[in-house]
Design a binder for this molecule. Structure first.
Ligand code: SIN
Length: 288
């Protein structure tokens, strides 16, 4: 096998990993090299992978306990660890999976008491040149703030809710609003996280204010909170902190939700099929 090579892709986020076949068992040295690159670049791209659901889930398990997504109706029946993300329709007209998933900037599981550590998204059918995924570094967003803003945010906690994204993006998401049967998180409990956190493996600080799921800062008056949230939604996605991934079929993306927010670019429609599998790994409660 070729030695593993890491090719940097973006200014602050993203690297491609060459010389790895994820359908085969990875030895500890190869896994350690991948982990080191993941910590450094936050997002890794593995091109040209041929993965059965078992391979995908098996690689994800190297990063920790798998967390089945709260959208139960979109899980693969034979492998509920896999969230089906697709705009395709079955013969009965129903969607194959979650259509146009993740259209707004967010971090996976930010609404959970234990937000997701890693997400592994495998592209099977891709509308070539469309449906890119964008990533932005929450470390860069924190590090570029002035000291008074850092001090303010280091003293705040922020509430997050799964359903917040349906409130703020009402019209666009009308078709996809989850029903009680589809989602075990229907009551949309509020989860409070520190507004900044320290990455548990690298020690690097980052913002932890989700652009889609955050509802407000507990210590602020509501007008102050709304203003700060609006500023941070802009700041978190400043172009200088981003990398935009143009998909090829058989790409596997592995990203760190403690270091990034991401958004799916919906510039395609139902005439352009897109079909992906996502596995998510459970994380820990964010700590200052
Ligand atoms: C997501 O996992 O948020 C969706 C990303 C994508 O489909 O591009």
């Amino acid at each position: 096998m070729r030695p593993i090579e890491i090719e940097r892709l973006g200014g602050v986020v993203g690297a491609a990993v060459h010389g790895v076949d994820l359908s085969k068992p990875l030895d500890d040295a190869a896994f350690a090299a991948i982990l080191e690159a993941w910590h450094k670049h936050s997002l890794l791209v593995f091109h040209d992978q041929r993965l059965e659901p078992e391979d995908h889930i098996g690689f994800a398990r190297r990063f920790g306990e798998i967390e089945n997504h709260v959208l139960k109706a979109n899980l693969m029946p034979s492998h509920p660890e896999i969230l089906l993300s697709s705009n395709k329709k079955k013969a009965d007209g129903k969607r194959v999976g979650r259509a146009y998933n993740g259209e707004y900037w967010h971090s996976d599981g930010a609404y959970l008491p234990t937000p997701s550590r890693a997400s592994l998204l495998y592209g099977i059918e891709i509308p070539i040149g469309y449906g890119d995924t964008m990533f932005a570094s929450t470390h860069a967003a924190y590090e570029t703030l002035s000291q008074p803003y850092k001090d303010l945010l280091n003293g705040l906690t922020c509430a997050h809710e799964f359903h917040q994204t349906y409130r703020t993006n009402k019209d666009r998401l009308a078709e996809f609003k989850v029903s009680a049967e589809e989602n075990e998180y229907t009551s949309s409990p509020v989860t409070v996280h520190p507004a900044t956190h320290t990455h548990p493996e690298t020690g690097r600080r980052a913002l932890f204010v989700d652009p889609s799921f955050a509802t407000g800062f507990l210590e602020l008056e509501s007008s102050e909170s709304d203003t700060l949230l609006a500023f941070l939604r802009d700041h978190l996605t400043c172009p200088a902190f981003t990398y935009r991934h143009r998909w090829q079929p058989n790409d596997l993306l592995l990203w760190d939700n403690r270091s990034l927010v991401h958004a799916a670019v919906v510039d395609y429609d139902d005439s352009m099929p897109r079909y992906l599998h996502r596995v998510t790994v459970k994380g820990d409660p964010p700590q200052r």
